[in-house]
Design a protein around this ligand. Structure first.
Ligand code: FAD
Length: 292
């Protein structure tokens, strides 16, 4: 099932993101967590791709398992930076052979251990080149791209970032998924600007439920997201009580989703971080709205 077809519904749909294990030892526990999330029957599930591609086989195995065993459409992430065109093409063929119709086409970031590596064999600079390669391999893939309501950290300004985004979409993205954000007004403002710039594909907001205080610093340093005072107060009040922090973080994410839907956004992607209990709580909080 193509994600572009799922996005046509006008009622609320929730999808979840999971990540692959870093080592084989962890494979079974990660697989079982992703299966618990699949049992919630989300609209689709995305499986991330480890930086540098070292865990690419696990991304594929998890994405295939979710689709084949639970009938949940899967979206396999793929990055291209620090890769050769030949390797990337092999990965695209593997995704096709696994019967997965959706690819999230990403540039990725150069992993720390390759920062000083010889880059002469690296064939990609930006995600747009990967989008073009996927299209060339098979026109029928449904392709997603990443976007940044608060600007990609390497961009000089939002206008330039949006101009590059438009080129990426024009190269063949069927939809976009956003970086996490904690203030919905940032998303509404971004949507207004990209629509003005002529980007018309569906945009799926990415919501990260912050369920423990340590995660706050990590998530924010990775994403550079603005943290509203309302969210800071919540961490100040509940950060030292793990159960209360978890409940408050889930409530905050639920509230963001309700506001998005009330403002006309029907598809929301939740960064569920392989936590079936968090995914289930969010779904339960929205049960009447989702009709589940
Ligand atoms: P691009 O679209 O290539 O953009 C990167 C930067 O280059 C931007 O600043 C853009 O404005 C600029 N740019 C683009 N084209 C040009 C051009 N022609 N000339 C000059 N500048 C240009 N990382 C992983 O390793 N694995 C994952 O699974 C993963 N999943 C993600 C999912 C989502 C929803 C998001 C938002 C991010 C994800 N990331 C993942 C992180 C992502 O790889 C990084 O944010 C990376 O830095 C940028 O990737 P991109 O695909 O957005 O790159």
């Amino acid at each position: 099932m193509k994600i572009s077809d799922l996005l046509k519904k006008d009622t609320l749909s929730i999808s979840f993101e999971v990540f692959p294990p870093k080592t084989e030892t962890l494979f079974e526990s990660v697989k079982s967590a992703t299966e618990e999330i699949a049992k919630l029957r989300p609209a689709f599930m995305s499986v991330t791709y480890g930086a540098g591609g070292g865990t690419s086989q696990y991304t594929l195995d998890i994405a295939k398992n979710i689709k084949d065993r639970y009938g949940v459409p899967s979206l396999a992430h793929l990055t291209c930076v620090s890769s050769t065109r030949e390797t990337v093409r092999e990965r695209i063929c593997d995704i096709k052979k696994a019967g997965i119709q959706n690819i999230m086409a990403l540039r990725g970031d150069v992993p720390a251990h390759l920062q000083n590596a010889d880059r002469s064999g690296w064939d990609y600079r930006y995600a747009i080149e990967l989008v073009r390669d996927i299209k060339e391999c098979d026109e029928s893939f449904c392709i997603g791209g990443a976007c940044y309501p608060e600007i990609h950290p390497e961009s000089a300004d939002q206008k330039t970032d949006i101009a590059h985004l438009k080129e990426k979409v024009d190269a063949g993205c069927d939809f976009l998924t956003t970086q996490m954000f904690f203030d919905n007004n940032l998303l509404y403002n971004f949507l207004y600007k990209i629509r003005q710039a002529g980007i018309t594909v569906p945009v799926i907001p990415g919501i990260m439920p912050i369920t423990n205080a340590n995660q706050v610093a990590r998530a924010i340093s990775l994403s550079g997201s603005f943290v509203p005072q309302r969210f800071k107060s919540l961490v100040d009040r509940f950060g030292s009580d793990p159960a209360a922090m978890k409940q408050a973080g889930i409530a905050y994410a639920t509230d963001q989703i309700i506001d998005l839907y009330a403002n006309g956004i029907t598809n929301v992607h939740v960064y569920s971080m392989n936590k079936p209990d968090v995914a289930a709580s969010i779904q339960r909080n929205l049960s009447d709205i989702l009709g589940k």
